[in-house]
Design a protein around this ligand. Structure first.
Ligand code: ANZ
Ligand code: ZN
Length: 660
């Protein structure tokens, strides 16, 4: 839609220079039509950070309240106000309007006319600068009539009332609103108590606004009712008398997409003096930007100055007409690119519905929290519109959202402007790309801020070296394919083997949930375990069982570390004799029976002699224990087909005793 944006003359609130802005005709997308859906959709976003949902909710800003009309005394004009507290209607002692309110000039009498000009400039100055909390205003000289009591109340202009929210006018209730209280105190305006605290009573004069709920007083037939109930009752009374109604107000504004600059997609519109604004017909799309454009010395949009771009025939009557030179906000295209990825080579349409339906919603979307109220809201809006137009299905574009933290160095956000940037190149040069990558993933979970420290980088470099040396120590074993380790292992080797399977399980789970730092810790633990046995008795690894255990450990270590230190792992994988790359190898699976934390090793005796060690998940039932034990090859060998006379399971000792 096309709408005019009110841009005031005034002073720049940043630099104090006089700025004279013309009224701009701009293109908007009516995102406000989707305010409710954008809020309700949050119930489908259980895998989004709470914080982002809270930011969006606040940005959309749904307020339940009422509108009420105050007639201007001695005129047919009406000042409509928006309030979230219709229960306080009887406490109105004045009305405050924004300086840009359409009735402001008309209401100003005598010397208030010049005050209005003054305050408009001040408002322009304050725009976007909430640091100055002091409220200013003046009496217009006009009065408004209270819609229910018929009482006359003065109309003031106040710089804290903004034109682009609600109606740009408020009913001032100083007894129950902080801003109105402050304003009334400053300008000596009456304060009328209409909500009494339920409990220890408030006494007048009030020391501050009482903003909680309570019981109505001084409110005609509504006195003695509870304020929550009175909200509806008073709104209904206004409606019955044709002086107002209950409404919902959103803070969300329509999305202005017009930009007066060269880059960006052209807004595909042609203005004809006879036919008005016309959309460029589909056959003429896309409108492409001219390449022969002059930037130097041009102020404003260079497309305006281009010799031919602006001129185009009217699509309807073919008479010479003028092309829109505004381009679109770049957020427009980033609002649907995720859908284009489902069908990127399609040259007939943005994407095909079947492809979009097959892939969407995006399983996991990663982006900074700074996108909460812009990109992430716009994309959700586009998705809903595209759904309503039949281009795709589903209500939401991104199932899960991961907002990555910032990199902090010496207590400040790492940024070029702060000059505290550690470039990847400098780490790569000194330590290699694997260390750079490993440290980034190891230093913090991705959604948390990462505190940069050089010691951490060195630690990661040392770890990579430890892996390398570990491999070289067992090079011969690792370059020769080994069998799986036997089920029966000495305790020290069993510990390493369990650690291997624990690492696979842990890394699989942690990578799934993006906890890369703890995934890497698991690999470190395995490496420590192997080194510790090497220190104790390197001989343990020289037996066939030991070789099988170290082979299993290092092979899985390489597979699991490959996403974190790809260069190192590809190298080692090749040294193992593999012909294809580790990045194309299958992700390993752990053996659940090997899980240390949740597994036990049963000692099985047959006729009083230890015959088998069987790893089992902890906490399984006796029936399952018996089934596994009886099926075990070593047990069967010693039972040798004889009937089992006794089967005793001593759970607390992890012991099974079989008598045949
Ligand atoms: C009377 C009143 C009495 C109010 C009371 C509050 C407390 P939210 O919750 O943000 O929607 N208001 C309305 N339009 C405004 C504008 N254009 N500029 C500045 N303030 C405006 O806030 C709604 C409240 O903000 C409204 O309810 C109105 O003050 C004020 F005890 O009306 B209230
Ligand atoms: Zn025309």
């Amino acid at each position: 839609m096309l709408a005019n944006e009110q841009v005031q003359d005034g002073l720049c609130w940043r630099c104090d220079n006089e700025v004279v802005l013309k009224e701009l005709s701009q293109w908007y997308l009516r995102i406000t039509d989707y305010s409710d859906q954008l809020l309700d959709g949050h119930s489908q976003l259980g895998e989004w950070p709470e914080r982002v949902l809270a930011l969006q909710k606040n940005w959309i800003g749904k307020s339940h309240g009422a509108r009420a009309k105050f007639q201007v005394d001695g005129s047919s004009d009406e000042i409509e106000i928006f309030t979230t507290r219709p229960d306080t209607l009887f406490g109105v002692t004045f009305v405050t309007i924004a300086a840009q309110h359409p009735l402001a000039a008309k209401l100003c009498k005598g010397d208030s006319v010049s005050k209005l000009e003054e305050i408009k400039k001040l408002v322009a100055l304050k725009k976007g600068n909430d640091a100055n909390p002091e409220k200013n205003g003046f009496f217009t000289g006009s009065y408004a009539v209270h819609p229910l009591t018929g009482e006359k109340v003065p109309v003031w202009v106040g710089d804290f009332v903004v034109m682009d929210y609600g109606t740009g006018a408020v009913m001032a209730v100083p007894a129950h609103d902080e801003r109105d209280f402050e304003f009334a105190k400053k300008y000596n305006l009456p304060i009328k108590l209409v909500i009494q605290r339920d409990g220890e009573k408030l006494s007048e004069p009030l020391e501050a606004a009482y903003t909680d709920s309570g019981i109505l007083v001084n409110s005609a037939q509504f006195s003695n009712s509870a304020s929550e109930a009175a909200k509806m009752a008073i709104a209904s009374e206004l409606e019955m008398q044709g002086k107002g109604k209950a409404t919902i107000q959103f803070r969300l504004r329509d999305w202005g997409i017009s930009r007066q600059r060269y880059w960006g997609n052209p807004v595909p519109v042609i203005y004809c003096t006879d036919c008005g604004p016309q959309m460029v017909p589909e056959k003429d799309l896309p409108v492409t930007l001219p390449k022969d454009i002059e930037f130097l010395g041009v102020t404003g949009n260079p497309l305006e100055k281009h010799p031919t771009y602006k001129h185009a025939p009217c699509p309807k009557c073919n008479k010479p007409a003028t092309r829109e030179t505004d381009t679109m906000d770049t957020f427009v295209e980033s609002s649907w690119y995720y859908a284009r990825f489902t069908d990127p080579t399609n040259d007939k349409a943005p994407f095909n519905k079947a492809a979009a339906d097959k892939w969407l919603p995006v399983d996991c979307y990663i982006g900074g929290v700074e996108h909460a109220c812009m990109h992430l809201l716009y994309s959700r809006f586009f998705h809903k519109v595209l759904r309503d137009w039949g281009y795709l299905s589903g209500d939401e574009p991104f199932k899960r959202l991961l907002t990555q933290g910032m990199v902090i160095k010496d207590g400040a956000k790492m940024s070029k402007s702060k000059g505290n940037v550690v470039t990847p190149a400098s780490i790569i040069e000194k330590f290699g790309a694997d260390t750079a990558r490993l440290f980034s993933l190891f230093a913090a979970p991705p959604e948390k801020d990462l505190d940069w420290n050089d010691k951490g980088v060195e630690g990661c470099f040392r770890f990579a070296g430890r892996v390398w040396r570990l491999f070289q120590t067992f090079h011969t074993t690792l370059a020769t394919t080994q069998e799986l380790p036997p089920n029966e292992l000495p305790d020290d080797l069993l510990t390493v083997r369990r650690k291997t399977h624990w690492m696979i399980a842990k890394m699989t789970e942690e990578i799934e949930t993006h906890k890369y730092n703890t995934a890497i810790s698991a690999a470190m633990e395995l490496v420590n375990e192997v080194y510790s046995l090497m220190d104790k008795s390197i001989k343990s690894f020289e037996t066939p069982a030991g070789k099988a255990v170290v082979y299993e450990a290092v092979k899985n270590l390489i597979l699991c570390l490959a996403p974190f230190t790809p260069h190192l792992c590809e190298e080692l994988w090749a040294e193992m004799g593999h012909k294809s790359m580790v990045s194309t190898a299958a992700w390993p699976a752990h053996d659940p029976k090997m899980l240390v934390a949740s597994s036990i090793t049963l000692v099985v005796q047959v006729n009083g002699k230890k015959r088998a060690l069987i790893a089992m998940p902890a906490g399984v039932s006796e029936t399952e224990v018996r089934k596994t034990v009886e099926a075990h090859a070593d047990v069967q060998r010693f039972v040798a087909g004889q009937p089992i006379k006794k089967f005793i399971y001593v759970q607390k000792n992890n012991l099974v005793s079989i008598v045949v």
